[in-house]
Design a protein around this ligand. Structure first.
Ligand code: EPU
Length: 303
């Protein structure tokens, strides 16, 4: 079996525009796209990948992603609605499908009297993406609430339930790889009155409206924070708010958000990231590391 054959059978699509699947709304097509309705679709594709070498890109909510103009010459994988459930388990656990938006986890769990997941209102990604990246907000990270995850390995075709402690979760890092698909995540929550939890969510939302450029096209924090400091504070202190390449601009509201104005090309974002990192490096000696993921070919992007 080949990917081309799966295309003929209608199980995989060819040449699919990915821009609409990213929060930046940028980028070209994927050579192939699998919309996985069930684990069987993933198993079929894993069998093909064992014989046909292809890069894979597991898509979540696209909230941390910049895809190049020319697109992605591999297989993009998107989980379907079957991976979108939220279950309130006994013992105050909350189990969610990999594609569920984390803000939805915050709202649903809190309203149902599960406490401790309110911070997820500030993490725009999917549960799967959030687990892979150990996403966090308001001083809490996934590692603080994740009990376990179910992970499908595209290299072996096997599914495993993995305890969170085995995922090597540190700041914006885990051992989940690009060929792992997080099918579900189980969070530990407490039980309690929904009202203060919902108030906390409203407070978090107000804070984000004040300090982050909501309502613009962006991909959240561009750089990871260096130890003991904040990338946004450093970039701001160098007077780089408003710096622009093409349509990509360092947000005037928060300097670690780069906003895509009309006319932005993916390479503009890439070049702005390079430029800001270079200025920060030469002015402070700090090497900022991108948190957002660049997919496709960027190295020859013209200035
Ligand atoms: N600051 C400035 N100028 C700016 C931006 C920030 O001086 O333009 C200062 C702030 O005043 C504050 C400090 O820098 O004293 C830290 O800023 P902030 O509280 O906004 O937090 P952050 O470190 O920039 C982190 C996460 C965010 C998360 C917020 C809130 C990272 C890379 N970012 O941002 O996560 O929403 O804390 O908890 O860890 C994301 O990962 O995509 C993301 C948005």
């Amino acid at each position: 079996m080949t990917l081309a054959r799966l295309v003929t059978e209608g199980r995989v699509q060819a040449g699919v525009d990915l821009s609409g699947l990213t929060t930046y709304r940028l980028g070209g097509p994927a050579a192939f796209l699998l919309d996985a309705a069930t684990s069987d679709d993933l198993i079929a594709v894993a069998a093909v990948l064992a014989e046909e070498t292809r890069e894979v890109l597991v898509l979540g909510r696209g909230s941390n992603l910049v895809i190049s103009e020319a697109g992605f010459d591999g297989l993009a994988i998107r989980l379907g609605p079957e991976f979108g459930g939220i279950e309130l388990d006994a013992g105050a656990r909350v189990t969610v499908g990999g594609i569920v938006p984390l803000p939805q986890v915050a709202r649903t769990a809190t309203a149902a009297g599960r406490r401790g997941l309110e911070f997820l209102i500030g993490v725009p990604g999917s549960a799967g993406g959030g687990v892979r990246q150990n996403a966090g907000c308001f001083g809490t990270e996934m590692v603080d609430v994740l009990e376990s995850a179910v992970v499908f390995d595209l290299l072996t075709g096997k599914t495993a339930a993995v305890d969170a402690f085995a995922l090597d979760m540190t700041y914006r890092h885990t051992s989940v790889t690009a060929t792992d698909v997080v099918l579900s995540a189980t969070f530990r929550a407490g039980e309690g009155d929904p009202a203060p939890g919902l108030e906390l969510i409203r407070e978090h939302t107000r804070w984000r409206r004040l300090y982050q450029p909501g309502g613009t096209l962006n991909a959240g924090s561009v750089f990871k924070n260096p130890p003991g400091d904040s990338a946004g504070r450093i970039i701001d202190s160098l007077g780089l708010k408003g710096l622009r390449i093409g349509g990509a601009e360092v947000s005037a509201k928060h300097a670690n958000f780069f906003v895509a104005m009309p006319g932005t090309e993916p390479s503009h974002v890439y070049l702005l990231v390079k430029k800001v990192a270079a200025i920060v490096g030469s002015e402070t000696g700090i090497q900022l590391e991108p948190e957002i993921q660049f997919v496709g070919h960027f190295e020859n992007a013209e200035k």
